[in-house]
Design a protein around this ligand. Structure first.
Ligand code: XMP
Length: 258
């Protein structure tokens, strides 16, 4: 991903989330996505897919074509499936998404390692793909789960759930950690644990109230942006503006963090 970021001179990951379409009109989604990617691809480093598109379009005859289109433009493709099941199921989910061409998928560390995350990391390492872990989500109720105080089973000490997840992201050598841009103080804390070893992906810019500046200053590497670009009157122009302001915020953050 770092190479793509450098080549494309962008740290923006587009969340390709269209609003609900009547199932009978779902074919429109492909042409909308194709048009949008055509407009915004110069300003991105990756495209993030969600159930928003996989559900109506399907995988191999649907989003697969958009994944290929992203690759043809030199972008990475991330599947935000937040894998959260038992290992045998996770393994098959990961195998299908990687077979569809996704470079990385997002998984939920609440499931733990043995018979949880391990099968996903095993497949990813065999296929040279990535696994990005949730660490602190961007929505209001994130605190109820990711913000709980827990007892570390190894040391018996109290710590926050997200601190434990950040430590696990480091231990498992994850390819990324997701921390909401709506919580810059959590990004800062997680960045202190991860350093430059595991990049922070930060969603929640714009529509959810987070800002690129605050997320980058706190230590985020990549910004995940959906509605701000998707629902803009001119998505190409908005994507360019977002990329440019992220670039200048990143320059200041490098000075600030060093
Ligand atoms: P907006 O429209 O708010 O979309 O820019 C954000 C996108 O990011 C996803 N999202 C998350 N994904 N952890 C994730 O893995 C999170 O904490 C998180 N918060 C938002 C959301 O599904 C949408 O695609």
């Amino acid at each position: 991903m770092a190479e793509t970021e450098k080549k494309k001179e962008s740290n923006i990951v587009l969340a390709l989330d269209f609003p609900f379409e009547k199932p009978e009109n779902r074919k429109n989604l492909f042409s909308r996505a194709e048009r949008l990617l055509g407009d915004v691809h110069p300003y991105l480093c990756a495209v993030k897919f969600n159930h928003h598109l996989v559900l109506p379009m399907g995988t191999f005859d649907g989003v697969h074509k958009l994944v290929k289109m992203a690759h043809d433009e030199g972008l990475m493709a991330i599947m935000d499936c937040k894998v959260n099941d038992i290992g045998s199921t996770n393994q098959v989910i990961a195998e299908y998404y990687y077979a569809a061409g996704f470079d990385a998928l997002i998984a939920n560390p609440f499931i733990g390692w043995e018979e949880g995350l391990k099968p996903i990391f095993d497949i990813a390492s065999r296929l040279h793909r990535g696994v990005i872990l949730l660490v602190y989500m961007s929505h209001k109720a994130a605190e109820e789960g990711y913000g709980q105080t827990i007892f570390d089973p190894e040391t018996g000490e109290k710590l926050s759930q997200y601190v434990s997840f950040a430590k696990k992201a480091l231990k498992y050598n994850a390819d990324g950690a997701v921390v909401g841009a709506t919580y810059p103080e959590k990004i800062r804390e997680v960045h202190e644990i991860l350093g430059e070893k595991v990049p922070i992906y930060s969603p929640g810019i714009g529509a959810q109230g987070g800002t690129a500046q605050a997320a980058l200053m706190a230590g985020a590497t990549y910004l995940i942006v959906g509605r701000e670009i998707m629902l803009a009157e001119n998505p190409g122009e908005t994507a360019k503006k977002t990329r440019d302001s992220a670039k200048s915020a990143k320059r200041s953050s490098l000075t600030h963090l060093s």
